[in-house]
Design a protein around this ligand. Sequence first.
Ligand code: HEC
Ligand code: HEC
Ligand code: HEC
Length: 376
Amino acid sequence: MTLRLTWKRVLLGLATLLLGGMLVGWSGVINIGASGGHWAVTEWFLHWVMRNSVRTHALGIAAPPLDDPALLHRGAGHYATGCAPCHGAPGERQNPIVQASLPPPPDFGRALDAWTPEQLFRIVQHGVRYSGMPAWVEPGRHDEIWAMVAFLQALPRMEAERYRDLAFGAAAGRQPGSGVAGGESLAAPLQDMLADCARCHGVDGRGRENEAFPILAGQSEAYLHDTLRAFSEGRRRSGMMQPPAARADEAALRALAAHFAAQAPAVPATAAPSREAAPGLLAEGGRIAREGLPAEGVPACLSCHGAAALARNPAWPRLDGQHAAYLENQLRLWRQAAPRGGGPHGPVMETIGRRLPAEAARAVSAWFAARAPGSP
Ligand code: HEC
Ligand code: HEC
Ligand code: HEC
């Protein structure tokens, strides 16, 4: 007997298959438990699809230079709370509960050499569907994701001691509830929170040994509070700062803002590299700060960020003595319309940032970084 293939029969066959599939799903016999693991063939297929997808989606990506040591500090600081709970870290075993998920998060002691930096960028930016691997909180913050990629590349060969220093600094080995030197004015739970901020910003708000993190010491208290709230509510966008800010309630944000505002402002010794910037660059920066760029519609920076203006508007940020790399990066985010956002006064700066050309941003950042806090 021969069966003639007609459109009607093909459609009927497909409909029967679909109905059969729905019936199997409805009956509940499919085991969605994680305990047994996948069949070898399912596991092979899922990984094959994942690798192909990452390879194809990474094609248009080009890695910037990743050799700045500040990238390692930033990547490690975020890794310790954002990734290590699932993936483990040098000197920290993976959590057995997490290892019982399916697929289990890979241990990075070995797994990473197979990926190019561009492919790691793609995985970290968008996560992996159906696997529990999360996307970056703010996928548009490419600068932050590249910092993580720089760290991931160094991770498989990293000693535990080096990792602890990068991720925890002076707070390495601290027990919860054990107090923080320099944070005694805060209640015990707040000291634990301060210890977390201090991994990146230092208890005194002066950051780490390089320009990895912005200086908070002596910053306007109102600005610190506004910007922390903006992070915690997602109005200022950063995959690295939104999580720690979201862990703190309103009272904690106020206390932390008060703590960092009360620290002695950093003298621009920490900004030494920018003080050595070419004199021409500094002169150009000073001119833009005082006069703006009338042709571009950019007002004088000091009309808002100078000492007299700050006395009138206590909620606006001080820039004197801040790291040049941080200032320049914030200006770049505005210029490239990358997600930055800000506090209630954020829109005031957004237009100015968008209009300021890259060279001018570099010059004026170097100039502010070299100034002593409170200069007229
Ligand atoms: C909730 C647990 C979880 C967290 C948190 C997590 N991951 Fe993952 N990650 C996974 C799982 C599960 C996989 C496996 C995905 C797969 O095999 O398809 C994975 C895979 C990866 C891979 C691919 C590795 C490989 O060889 O296949 C990279 C790279 C990665 N994660 C980086 C990170 C980074 C960086 C962070 C922190 C920003 C992070 N992960 C946070 C669960 C997590
Ligand atoms: C994992 C490292 C890390 C931790 C932990 C961390 N920060 Fe940050 N913080 C950063 C980075 C990186 C930035 C720069 C964000 C950006 O580029 O948008 C930043 C920015 C900030 C800013 C904005 C500074 C400015 O001039 O606008 C404030 C305020 C701040 N952090 C306060 C805190 C507080 C308070 C805590 C603890 C609750 C904390 N941070 C924990 C890394 C960290
Ligand atoms: C009209 C007032 C005004 C002028 C003029 C102005 N700014 Fe701002 N600027 C602000 C405000 C308000 C913020 C805070 C935005 C927020 O909420 O994050 C800010 C924030 C910044 C920041 C981010 C600071 C941080 O700690 O994250 C930088 C960098 C900056 N301004 C640079 C400049 C430069 C350079 C100029 C001159 C070209 C300039 N500003 C001119 C009002 C102004």
